[in-house]
Design a protein around this ligand. Structure first.
Ligand code: GUN
Ligand code: ZN
Length: 442
């Protein structure tokens, strides 16, 4: 099936802070797809008469056509406990997170929440995510089944956790190895699904379990590693007590051979220089989760440092510590994190997060952090046709404000700060419009 989408194409071909030509803005262009893959991009004037007749035509003039958003860190079992009051990380885990995650031993419940979660992501224009399951193997089966039904490119893994958590949520080094392996064999590489070996964080895994995680990475090359790193000061202190021989937090993971090009570490707020160097050296990736970091009071991620070190960064919503599934909201809070750093640390440069860099991080930046930039994140021929149609002004305030936004950069900034899910007027997966179930309210 060949289709044509007529609108204003907008995407990034590089990091706009490193390449002044990175933004690709193509007004009055047509994105052509064939069987879910982008076939061509042309100016409307270059479309042939035959193409006008042969292709299924979709008119989105005056709207933007942008790549689907990519969320590089999120927990699907925490959907229902988003907005839990008053605690920092370790207390929040104990009081709210662990009791909620216990419910996922029920496969029917896991299916119900997986479905809700994916609809919520899609209603916010996020088409690919790196997702934590719960400790229960069936939670990941349920998630992949729902993702497969929707033809999504998704990455997920079963939490590995054998200590410092309620008994009902603990596995063992052996059972976590066995169950992860079974899930990898069943799901990794099936359609658009990939597996991430997912030890929760150093505190909840014994050294033996982390070794098993490393063994899985060795046995299944190409698999992801997904965990948390250096989010909260008390977390770091407890980790040092549990691993007294480790040189630093990252060293705990290094000792278990968990540092690869396909490793994604969420947060990385309080890293020492030696940890930054090691992450760069091993070409590891970071998920920047601003709504979560502000909500839990964890700290302010140093995005500029990551850029200087050449470390790939993607945006993470980190729901349920994160407070929104929405990428505009997440980029809005990311901007404020850079503003706060500017105000608080006088020895750093005076750069605020630009709207170009922000939307780069939510698309191609995320794709690079997940080693998927050959498939998603841009609107190039040969890539998978996952994209959003965005109306930059859908309410009175946005319309008023956009009147005086004269450049594409300023328009993107207004969207970053004032945008809602309502600005996403359609989301396409492999060239097919995603239809939310009739009872799902956007
Ligand atoms: N560290 C370990 N587990 C979690 C979690 O569920 N959320 C966040 N934000 N940090 C964690
Ligand atoms: Zn998290």
């Amino acid at each position: 099936m060949r289709k044509a989408f007529h609108g204003n194409l907008l995407y990034f071909k590089a990091d706009p802070n490193l390449d002044s030509d990175a933004l690709v803005h193509l007004p009055n262009h047509v994105l052509m797809t064939k069987n879910g893959i982008i076939e061509a991009v042309k100016h409307f004037a270059e479309v042939t008469t035959a193409e006008k007749f042969e292709l299924e035509w979709h008119d989105y003039q005056n709207q933007w056509i942008v790549p689907g958003f990519i969320d590089t860190h999120i927990h699907y079992p925490q959907t229902e406990m988003i907005a839990a009051y008053g605690e920092a990380l370790l207390e929040w885990l104990e009081k709210y997170t662990f009791p909620t995650e216990m419910k996922f031993d029920d496969p029917n419940y896991a299916k119900e929440i997986s479905s809700f979660f994916l609809n919520e992501l899609l209603s916010n224009g996020t088409t690919t995510a790196l997702v934590f399951g719960s400790v229960h193997k069936n939670s990941v089966d349920a998630f992949f089944e729902e993702a497969e039904k929707r033809n999504l490119r998704m990455i997920c893994g079963k939490v590995m956790m054998d200590r410092n958590a309620p008994e009902a949520l603990q596995d063992t080094p052996e059972s976590s190895y066995k169950e992860s392996k079974e899930l990898i064999e069943k799901w990794h590489g099936k359609k658009r699904l990939s597996y991430a070996v997912t030890p929760r964080f150093a505190i909840t895994s014994s050294p033996e379990q982390l070794q098993k995680a490393g063994r899985l990475l060795k046995e299944f090359p190409g698999i992801y590693l997904h965990t948390h790193l250096s989010e909260n000061k008390n977390e770091i202190e407890f980790t040092q007590q549990l691993f007294p021989k480790a040189k630093n937090y990252l060293d705990v993971y290094k000792q278990a051979n968990l540092l690869t090009k396909k490793s994604v570490f969420a947060h990385c707020i309080h890293l020492k220089d030696e940890e930054w160097n090691e992450l760069a050296h091993k070409q590891c990736n970071i998920a920047f989760c601003p709504t979560s970091n502000l909500f839990l009071g964890s700290g302010l991620f140093n995005l500029e440092k990551a850029e200087k070190m050449g470390i790939d960064v993607g945006m993470g919503t980190d729901v349920g510590a994160g407070t929104s599934f929405n990428m505009f909201n997440t980029l809005n809070e990311a901007y404020k994190v850079t503003q706060l750093r500017k105000g608080m640390f006088s020895n750093e440069s005076k750069k605020s997060l630009s709207p170009l860099k922000a939307f780069y991080l939510a698309t191609l930046g995320g794709a690079k952090a997940l080693s998927l930039d050959n498939k998603i994140g841009q609107l190039n021929p040969g890539m998978e046709a996952d994209f959003n149609i965005i109306h930059p002004a859908v309410n009175s305030l946005q319309k008023l404000r956009m009147k005086s936004a004269n450049t594409i950069e300023e328009q993107l900034f207004v969207l970053q700060i004032l945008g809602y899910k309502e600005n996403i007027t359609a989301t396409y997966i492999l060239g097919e419009k995603y239809k939310l179930p009739h009872d799902f309210e956007k």
